[in-house]
Write a protein that binds this ligand. Structure first.
Ligand SMILES: NC(=O)c1ccc[n+]([C@@H]2O[C@H](COP(=O)([O-])OP(=O)(O)OC[C@H]3O[C@@H](n4cnc5c(N)ncnc54)[C@H](OP(=O)(O)O)[C@@H]3O)[C@@H](O)[C@H]2O)c1
Length: 229
């Protein structure tokens, strides 16, 4: 792997993430929040309805490495339904945002009994019993994401939160100014056709970003952006 920006030269996922300490960047009100996405060169965030065919093994290694730097991982229900997550390494908290509470309860995340899951929902439906420890926090109408992040910070000591999408959750979080950084892998592939991008829906304002680093391996680009204001 090569680091192109800043300070060009050879690097590895481990070396690159070694000095990345998102917990130290947390404010008083909410966790520091980074988003992670992988896209094709033509901007697709899914191939065949999932993200797996987009990135390489280096992308998987980057995601696995990134997770170790954060206290919790958050996804929207659409991503959970498509990707059917298993448990996270360590005691990391898995956070899901769902209006409907229609989740794939037979997925390994809920049946393996490892780790902890917290679901923010606006549904009154009673979830089934799960082998994995499950906490459900209810909000009226829709999940208030600002309040949800405050809850994670205050009740669970989450100082750094990695959100792995999807596009609709990402759009809401950007619109609310809740995203500090964006990790974006661009895979050297073209797929064409219609598919979600990393944002679904227009933001209230164009969000300027700064490029914090750019890495490359086998033509795949790993960018880390941060808010420019
Ligand atoms: N390329 C990548 O890196 C990447 C990353 C992530 C996902 N993806 C892909 O993206 C697709 C999923 O996209 P998506 O946009 O539908 O998924 P999403 O953003 O993960 O989930 C959307 C769902 O989250 C819930 N939600 C979000 N905000 C809410 C709020 N404020 N209150 C209540 N519920 C809220 C709703 O759940 P309910 O429907 O339960 O009400 C909503 O339908 C999948 O195909 C996945 O593979 C790709």
């Amino acid at each position: 792997m090569q680091r192109l920006i800043p300070d060009p030269g050879p690097t590895t996922v481990e070396e690159q993430l070694d000095s990345y300490r998102p917990r130290e960047m947390a404010g008083d009100e909410r966790p520091f929040v980074a988003m992670n996405f992988a896209v094709t060169v033509d901007g697709r965030a899914t191939i065949g309805g999932v993200s797996g065919p987009i990135g390489s093994e280096a992308d998987t290694a980057m995601l696995a490495g990134l997770r170790t730097r954060f206290d919790a991982v958050m996804i929207g229900a659409g991503t959970m339904r498509a990707e059917r997550y298993g448990s996270l390494p360590g005691e990391r908290l898995m956070v899901i945002v769902s209006g409907s509470l229609e989740l794939p309860w037979d997925a390994a995340l809920f049946t393996e009994g490892a780790g902890r899951v917290l679901v923010f929902t606006s549904s009154d439906v009673k979830p089934p019993a799960t082998a994995t420890s499950l906490e459900v926090v209810r909000h009226d109408g829709a999940v208030d994401l600002t309040a949800a992040l405050r809850h994670l910070h205050e009740e669970h000591g989450v100082r750094a939160l990695l959100s792995e999408g999807g596009p609709r959750l990402h759009t809401e979080m950007q619109a609310l100014g809740l995203v500090d950084e964006l990790f974006l892998t661009t895979s050297p592939k073209l797929a064409g056709g219609a598919a979600p991008r990393i944002l679904e829906g227009e933001l209230p304002e164009v969000e300027p970003l700064e490029l914090a680093w750019l890495l490359e391996e086998d033509g795949e680009l790993f960018a880390r952006y941060r808010r420019a204001r």
